[in-house]
Design a protein around this ligand. Structure first.
Ligand SMILES: CC(C)(COP(=O)(O)OP(=O)(O)OC[C@H]1O[C@@H](n2cnc3c(N)ncnc32)[C@H](O)[C@@H]1OP(=O)(O)O)[C@@H](O)C(=O)NCCC(=O)NCCS
Length: 142
């Protein structure tokens, strides 16, 4: 099941921060909701537990993927694919112009997945991650 996190769902926010401590510090998500009107989180839930999420910004007619993660134990079971499909469905529903993201050039799995869903490389940011390039990708919609 995929749900759209609401800022009132404090227990879910806490669970998300605890499940992904390398990404979130305590209260990161609450302050993101407070300070950023464009932020959204899609959560993938199995047996009432969060196993993956996508954080994206929906800014007028564009969407940007900020964070995309599935717990290691649940990877390669098409949970990431389902999250991306839902994201693209939301983007189409909102008649958006495009979806963009940035990925490390050595992240072969993520790049494979983005290609699978029609994202194309549009720019390279040389050594963006110190010794690894960043790849800017875009999926055009409409
Ligand atoms: C990237 C990530 C979100 C994908 O989620 P996932 O649930 O594992 O992905 P899925 O199971 O839907 O799809 C994985 C696909 O990649 C393929 N794959 C697996 N390892 C691969 C590799 N090393 N190189 C290329 N493709 C690979 C799988 O065969 C599968 O292909 P298929 O859809 O044709 O069957 C997840 O692996 C993750 O959290 N990674 C760490 C964080 C990260 O890198 N996030 C992205 C930042 S931009």
């Amino acid at each position: 099941m995929i749900i759209n996190l609401k800022k009132e769902q404090e227990e879910r926010i806490q669970e998300l921060e605890e499940k992904f401590p390398n990404i979130f510090l305590n209260n990161d998500i609450i302050s993101d909701f407070k300070n950023n009107p464009y932020t959204n989180y899609l959560l993938y839930i199995i047996e009432d537990k969060i196993v993956g999420f996508i954080n994206y910004y929906l800014i007028y007619d564009r969407m940007e993927i900020v964070n995309f993660n599935v717990l290691e134990f649940f990877q390669n079971k098409h949970i990431g694919s389902k999250l991306l499909e839902e994201l693209i469905r939301v983007a189409n529903q909102n008649k958006l112009f495009n979806i963009t993201l940035e990925v490390r050039s050595d992240n072969k799995k993520a790049i494979y997945l983005y290609n699978k869903y029609g994202f194309k490389q549009v720019a390279i940011r040389k050594n963006y991650y110190i010794d690894v390039d960043g790849i800017l990708m875009e999926k055009e919609l409409m």
